[in-house]
Write a protein that binds this ligand. Sequence first.
Ligand SMILES: Nc1ncnc2c1ncn2[C@@H]1O[C@H](COP(=O)(O)OP(=O)(O)OP(=O)(O)O)[C@@H](O)[C@H]1O
Length: 678
Amino acid sequence: MDTGDNSDESPVQPKKGKSKSKAPPHKAKASALKQKSPAEFFAENKNIAGFDNPGKSLYTTVRELVENALDSAESVAELPFVEVTIEEINKSKFNSMIGLIDRERIDEALYGDFETVKAREKRLAKEARFQEIQAKNVALGKKVKEQTSAKAIKGRGEASFYRVTCKDNGRGMPHDDIPNMFGRVLSGTKYGLKQTRGKFGLGAKMALIWSKMSTGLPIEISSSMKNQSYTSFCRLDIDIHRNIPHIHVHEKRDDKEQWHGAEIQVVIEGNWTTYRSKILHYMRQMAVITPYAQFMFRFVSDTSDKNVSIRFARRTDVMPAVPLETKYHPSAVDLLLIKRLIGETTKQNLLQFLQHEFVNIGKSHAERLIGEMGSDFSPKTPVKSLTPQQLVRIHQLFRQAKFDDPSGDCLSPAGEYNLRLGIIKELNPDMVATYTASAQVFEGHPFIVEAGVSLGGKDVKQGLNIFRFANRIPLLFEQGADVVTRTAMKRISWNSYKINQTQDKIGVFVSIVSTKIPFKGTGKEYIGDDISEIASAVKNSIKQCCIQLKSKIVKKIQAREQQERKRNLSKYINDATSAIYGILKESSQLHAKKKRLDIKDEDAEILQKVSNRLITKEILSEKLAQHVEQVDYEMAMEYATQSGVREEPRENIYLQALEPQKNFVDLHSPVFVFRLFL
Ligand SMILES: Nc1ncnc2c1ncn2[C@@H]1O[C@H](COP(=O)(O)OP(=O)(O)OP(=O)(O)O)[C@@H](O)[C@H]1O
């Protein structure tokens, strides 16, 4: 029998002569080696997937479901309509849901929120003192503070529960795939090389694992695909140890509504109070970067004044193109990936394999590469027969050879039009500039950076307000280490664009799309600062926006100076009139008495007019005002002809065609270009 004693010095271990030989295998120390399923690993380390605490878990659940909904609708080019409902479930409702009978407390002192007699006396005394001070303040007409409610002594067991439902109008899911999609960690349909919000095959399963850990309740999925006569319904939870779905119900039901899409419902522990603003912030930012989607968000509680119902209306019917699946760039692959691609390819020989499984390798290029690999390679070499050494040779060559950069055609950025629309809708700024950089590449992956910088606006604090998006997901956490934050704070000299980094209300929006977003951690919270290609593209895009803003700011300053000049001149009209009229009057009197003989004829004429009251102080004042007006107008005209601007600084107007047509003509004028679609 195993005593459980692992000590080598155990007195019960028989000593085998003098030799140091080890104990026979069956007597050896019990092995400490254990295996964990991916589901177990993520259940134990749920923080790395964004499920740190009940509040954050509620936030991440909403986020994962919303992002799946958008991915799904966009994959079938459907304008997304996403309904999110968080329903607060009180304790007795929750107990009845799980079939637990409510129980009265018997021994109050057992509980964490029990208030001892002493503590109660202390609290009541404090409340009485506070009320006294209040009464005094009222009598003195001073401001009255609201009494902060005594800190609730919360026992750890006092959890809040929520039913989170997310319904979309997307693709739906094949009936038979549903259990694995929701009940097997690391399974999904987004592993290919494509720009998608989801990637890891983890999010929905984490919501289920969290529900299993916090409420023990299963997840419910309804789904219907286009032209499918039924709705799939599935209720399941997950066998954490085996990482397989544990199906309660999986059936086909009548689809009476002719609906297509998915509705996911999960009951979890959460904390609405602490994460309310984060969740609403997330929904709002999602509406900014996805103005072609309609979101309906509801929070429903028994306390009706806590209820929230917000509709984020669709602002445009123009959706970015559906991102395309692409092939790997030779410089983005490692040895393992080459092996995988060989295993999956349908191509027979090396030449076809290189030509068809990678981007940027044409036939003649492939032939030259094979020539470079050595004499044991030929275009006809059967690709499945390549030895491990030969694969290393291919990998080495891929790393050293030069290839054209992959194109960004497979990517689908939000578009300057959408970004601008979103910023204006969200912040209502005084000025905004946007810029879309051309596609660039890091580690063989194409990426596009789009940026917007705004000045002023509502609900914008002074200084930098940073909004980050990756594959059109808003990133709200771990802002400090993100490439966008660091660039905006440290690498842009705002002063040189006439922007005051601490005083002005600056909005910085950066959206990065790529076939691979180099997130730090699985929580998809921030992009590291260490990829120089991304860091410099972010910097350049923000700078491009600043350059546009600078010219607007300069024009605004000039316009303001011009206005001030006019105002300053007008301010002196009264004094100047009094002074001039005084001199004229005095001179006219002297002239009348023939005391001033040094006056020329034309001046004498003026003095005569003053005497005859043909020139009065009022007339003089009026003429001066007209003159100021005239000078101001002439200077403005001169300025306008020099700078080509009339009145206010020019603004770009973005018009987007409803149909993605390419046949248009541009009408050029010195001040605008008008694009007419035919
Ligand atoms: N609302 C939905 N409509 C259609 N399919 C869905 C929906 N939600 C999930 N799925 C399917 O289930 C799969 C698993 O989703 P899950 O959230 O676990 O991972 P993911 O979205 O692929 O990646 P990530 O973990 O990065 O979010 C998805 O790849 C998708 O195919």
